[in-house]
Design a protein around this ligand. Structure first.
Ligand code: SF4
Length: 74
């Protein structure tokens, strides 16, 4: 799924979780619960609340994903 958000310093980015790669271990949610909610099966859902995070925090969550399932593009 993709969500466009406008985080720190007003730069709009597109946050995507690739469901074909995601294994559902929720490290993204643990690091950035504002941005990555969990569905009933424990898989992440990108929320518009990601806009409340600094871009660096979004990048940290993406970097922590062991499956490289999270993409953040300008
Ligand atoms: S850390 Fe990556 S693989 Fe794990 S639930 Fe989050 S997006 Fe999916």
């Amino acid at each position: 799924m993709k969500v466009s958000v406008t985080p720190w310093r007003g730069v709009e980015v597109e946050v995507t979780v690739d469901s074909s790669k995601c294994q559902g271990h929720a490290r993204c949610h643990a690091l950035a619960p504002e941005a990555f909610d969990l569905d009933d099966d424990g898989y992440p859902v990108v929320t518009p609340n990601a806009a409340t995070l600094a871009a660096a925090d979004l990048n940290d969550a993406a970097a922590a994903c062991p499956e490289q399932a999270i993409t953040i593009l300008p």
